[in-house]
Design a protein. Structure first.
Lengths: 114, 115
């Protein structure tokens, strides 16, 4: 079975500082990896995804993530955050263990302070 | 706007009751997924329908059922409601059904409160 662990439930950061949100997955086979963002009172929307190829994936709003197979990680980064990045971020994995349904992590709340 | 419409936005009901949540997928999307989001369980997959047929089942209770109609909208029926069923229920849609590599488009959710 596939699973996702988001190590931090909450990450506070000051505006214009860099941020990294951590995600580790568990699967014995190759996987597809995703990061979704949920703004207050909205549904989730896709930030970026890794299917194959280059391990560095660029997404919307200046976010990027790096797939590391040896460490089974897919950490999300942004070099300089804005107040508007305050939201809940979800890492998801699919295909691992034969399941094609995305399994989501518990989420990380990014709080950007002025 | 994701293009996925969920109604109602809020639902307050009592234990033992039955409710129906409705979802209209994005135009052209054939798959509908239902997820339950709660503080203690996170985002849990319930069930997926593809072009009218059940495609995958997750942690869905026997008191819950769903269906997808010919016009591709879907309904999630929750019966014999318990306090623990209080949660945010999301519907998502995608173009295909089994690739695993597809982007899901989420609705804004239905907040269910069971009192």
């Amino acid at each position: 079975a596939q699973s996702v662990t988001q190590l931090d439930s909450q990450v506070p950061v000051f505006e214009e500082a860099p941020v990294e949100l951590r995600c580790n997955y568990s699967s014995s086979v190759s996987v597809y990896l995703f990061w979704y963002v949920q703004y207050p009172n909205q549904g989730l929307q896709l930030l970026l995804k890794y299917l194959s190829g280059s391990t560095l994936v660029k997404g919307i709003n200046g976010f990027e993530a790096e797939f590391n197979k040896s460490q089974t990680s897919f950490h999300l980064r942004k070099p300089s955050v804005h107040i508007s990045d305050t939201a809940e971020y979800f890492c998801a994995v699919s295909k691992g263990g034969g399941s094609y349904i995305p399994t989501f992590g518990r989420g990380t709340s990014l709080i950007v302070h002025p | 706007d994701s293009g996925v419409t969920q109604t109602p936005k809020h639902l307050i009901t009592a234990t033992g009751q039955r409710v129906t949540l409705r979802c209209s997928p994005r135009s052209g999307d054939l798959s509908v997924y239902w997820y339950q989001q709660s503080l203690d369980q996170g985002l849990q997959f319930l069930i997926q329908y593809y072009n009218g047929e059940e495609r995958a089942k997750g942690n869905i209770l026997e008191r819950f059922s769903a269906q997808q109609f010919p016009d591709l909208h879907s309904e999630l029926n929750l019966s014999s409601l318990e306090l623990g069923d209080s949660a945010l229920y999301f519907c998502a849609s995608s173009v295909g059904g089994a690739g695993g590599n597809e982007k899901l488009f989420f609705g804004s959710g239905t907040q269910l409160s069971v009192l």
